[in-house]
Design a binder for this molecule. Structure first.
Ligand code: C2E
Ligand code: CA
Ligand code: CA
Length: 736
């Protein structure tokens, strides 16, 4: 999952990275172009400046040289050359100018100033150099004359080719600055003149010049430009020009430097801050960065929102796809995903699919409403989920159909798993389930669920089993059932479903007091008994049609006799519990008796005991409605389920039919007797008639008499008989 996520984002990430790289490349190119421009310009400027400075300084040197020549000329006219004559010649040569800063010195180093002051300069470097015929400019010196800082330009004084002293002039730093100052890049440019050791001699930042900063090399070194400082030092040693980029006071500075030829060990450095070079370009660059940042932020934010929106949508879709809206549990889609994982991960484990649905769910929905139905599904899902082992899963497929992935299917486990606590409405939940032990892991999940479903269908047809395991035969069975279903449908249109009638007899008088209509399928001249087709009808819903067919033929039978003025006794008709789900059921049967014009009290509606007690409240209401319409109601198969005698008092039925199994299967006659009499007594008190089914022997009849039950339905009197046989009995009012 994570891998695919990364793969999804990879193209976008690459795009962003490429964008960044190209923008940075572009910026660098622009910057480099600007820089190389600056380099060329600055180098040009520093060269020009050097020329200007050199020429200005040379002018000063020339001045001194011309003074020296004048002095030499004067001296050459005299006899002796000593300090005194030199001084005098000096005074004569400067008589016409007002320069007070010039001074002259003899061979012993005694300097003479215009005002007559003298000073020993024999130790000064500038003097020594001039005495070697090297005109030069001194470093910054402290004047011994007045303690001020000064520069001295010094030249040799030669007479007849012999050096007889020096002529020099001192300058204050301001004066020297004026000489050296050249227009730089407006306010933003600096100029320094340094000596070989890096000491700043003249600076355009005169006002900020301070002792700490007096060494340029050290200053830039201290600001973190170690390499540049060393490079500059090397270049100075080798008398080379150069260019460097430094950072000073946090500002990026370009500097070009060059030796000032002719002037002893002086170096000119011109500097300019990058900002000053091309302020517009810098603004463009800044704007560019700003726009880039905005674009990246917008892009990043949109990507972020897009992804989070996508994630939200994805989880929303997952919610829809994976979470069942009713149970809040898994959907079948989720189940399929989980099952595939489980099949892949647990290769050695035997896995089972259990499929079930709720037998009485339609009825719950119809009588209690969809809310109760939904709550029931929620509860079932929750109950089962709480009992699942870690690798097991449950999901609702649709409607009331569930599927469970199980690892443990022991009998005890299943019993516990499918045991639901009663809900608020006290509705008993009936389910039938099918289990498929997954044998072929490669078959489709739908096919696996189908197999479990087939087993569940078979369980529905079985009377005693709640859970049935899938077997290959079921498919055959399913096919047979399908064929059967088709031929049952055919049977309806061919009128092959007919009623047989079984009399109910008063055992004291032998009179016919009623009868029960029982379905038979007359197929190709053969009679097929109900147990061969009723379970399938129940399962497929065809039972509704069957019941109505038998009901209608019974009405037809009664109508025929009514029309002939015969005294008619009621006939009971079996109605499956499935009718209770149909909200139009009452309307349908009422319409039918109206259609045939038959009093409703000639029809006894037989409902099974379990149908009544399972849905007690609702059926009770339904029974009241049937009574209002005039029908008689009988409770079939009493004693076959778990109903309590006590409950009889709350339900207004007309007849109670004691289940035939009670006589046939209960061997303890004492027990039979006790129960019979209790039922009879109770029924008597409640004014409910009792019919005993399955009366086969004289002993049965005797027992009935003994306990006070007097209506029998059983083979002892008559098996269910066809219409024409029963016709006679019905007319006579006695069994023939
Ligand atoms: P049921 O309603 O309990 O019907 C009584 C069954 O007991 C009948 O079986 C009848 O033949 C049988 N029987 C009567 N007396 C004796 C006896 O002395 N001994 C024994 N062993 N059996 C006796 P049948 O006709 O085979 O019907 C079986 C079941 O099929 C019925 O049981 C009823 O539940 C269902 N059924 C039959 N016809 C219809 C129908 O039209 N609609 C519906 N919904 N169910 C029907
Ligand atoms: Ca019956
Ligand atoms: Ca019965």
């Amino acid at each position: 999952m994570k891998k695919t996520k990364l793969l999804n984002y990879a193209p976008r990430l690459i795009l962003i990275i490429l964008l960044f790289i190209s923008v940075i490349f572009l910026m660098n190119t622009v910057q480099n172009l600007l820089n190389s421009d600056v380099k060329i310009n600055l180098t040009e400027i520093v060269t020009q400046n050097k020329d200007v400075i050199t020429s200005k300084l040379n002018m000063e040197v020339n001045d001194l040289d011309s003074t020296a020549t004048q002095i030499a000329n004067i001296l050459s006219t005299g006899n002796t050359i000593d300090n005194d004559s030199i001084y005098k010649a000096f005074l004569a040569s400067i008589a016409n100018n007002e320069d007070n800063n010039m001074f002259v010195a003899g061979t012993d180093g005694t300097a003479y100033f215009r005002d007559g002051n003298t000073l020993d300069i024999s130790g000064r470097q500038y003097y020594k150099l001039a005495m070697q015929n090297l005109h030069n400019i001194s470093d910054r010196l402290v004047s011994r004359h007045d303690g001020e800082e000064i520069f001295v330009i010094s030249v040799a004084l030669k007479c007849n080719g012999e050096i007889i002293g020096t002529v020099q002039k001192f300058f204050t730093p301001e004066e020297m600055y004026d000489i050296c100052s050249i227009s730089l890049f407006s306010e933003e440019g600096y100029m320094y003149i340094i000596n070989k050791e890096g000491y700043i001699l003249v600076s355009s930042r005169q006002e900020t010049y301070s002792q700490e900063n007096e060494n340029y090399l050290r200053m830039i070194y201290a600001q973190g430009n170690e390499n540049e400082s060393i490079q500059l030092q090397n270049d100075i040693q080798n008398q080379q020009s150069g260019f460097m980029e430094t950072t000073v006071d946090g500002k990026k500075i370009f500097s070009a430097y060059t030796p000032i030829e002719d002037i002893h060990d002086w170096y000119l450095i011109s500097s300019v801050s990058t900002e000053a070079v091309s302020p517009n370009a810098n603004i463009v660059i800044k704007m560019f960065y700003l726009i880039l940042s905005v674009v990246v932020i917008i892009f990043g934010l949109s990507l972020f929102f897009f992804l989070s929106y996508k994630n939200k949508q994805k989880s929303h879709l997952e919610q829809i796809a994976f979470v069942d809206s009713v149970t809040q549990g898994n959907t079948f889609t989720k189940f399929t995903v989980d099952l595939k994982d489980a099949l892949r991960e647990h290769i050695d484990k035997q896995l089972y699919l259990l499929k079930f649905d709720i037998d009485n769910f339609k009825y719950v929905n119809n009588f209690y409403g969809f809310d109760v139905g939904d709550r029931m599904l929620f509860q079932i899902n929750k109950t089962i989920e709480s009992k699942l082992l870690p690798g097991e899963r449950i999901a609702r497929i649709s409607g009331d159909h569930f599927v469970i992935l199980l690892e443990d299917v022991s009998e005890q486990r299943l019993e516990n798993l499918l045991d639901f606590p009663e809900n608020e409405e006290e509705i008993t939940i009936y389910i039938t389930a099918g289990i498929y032990a997954i044998t072929d892991r490669n078959e489709s999940i739908n096919l696996m669920v189908d197999k479990a479903s087939t087993a569940a269908q078979t369980a529905k047809g079985s009377l005693d089993k709640k859970v049935i395991y899938y077997s290959e035969n079921f498919d055959q069975q399913m096919i047979r059932n399908e064929q059967m279903k088709r031929s049952i449908k055919q049977a309806f249109s061919n009128h092959e479903m007919i009623p047989f009638f079984q009399p109910k007899v008063d055992i004291l008088t032998g009179r016919l007091v009623g009868a029960e209509a029982l379905a038979r399928w007359l197929k190709d001249g053969n009679l097929i008994p109900p147990f061969e087709f009723i379970p399938l009808c129940e399962k497929t819903g065809l039972i509704m049609e069957l019941d109505m067919a038998i009901f209608e033929q019974t009405l037809h039978f009664i109508k025929k006799h009514l029309d002939q003025g015969i005294h008619c006794v009621p006939i009971s008709v079996n109605f499956s519990r499935l009718h209770l789900v149909d909200s139009h059921f009452l309307e349908k049967i009422v319409d039918k008796i109206h259609e045939y014009g038959i009093p409703a009290n000639l029809i006894e509606v037989e409902l099974t005991e379990s149908a009544i007690f399972d849905n007690y409240e609702v059926i009770s209401r339904f029974i009241d409605q049937l009574h209002t319409e005039g029908f008689l109601i009988s409770m079939d198969d009493f004693g076959s389920g778990y109903s309590s005698l006590n409950m009889l008092k709350d339900i207004s039925i007309d007849t109670l039919k004691i289940d035939k199994d009670f006589l046939n299967k209960t061997t303890n006659s004492e027990r039979q007797r006790i129960i019979f009499s209790a039922v009879a007594q109770m029924a008597n008190q409640l004014k409910i008639n009792v019919v005993v089914e399955g009366v086969e022997t004289l002993e049965n009849v005797s027992l009935m008499k003994e306990v006070g039950c007097f209506v029998a339905q059983g083979y002892y009197y008559s098996k269910p008989v066809d219409e024409s046989t029963f016709d006679k009995m019905y007319r006579e009012g006695f069994l023939c």
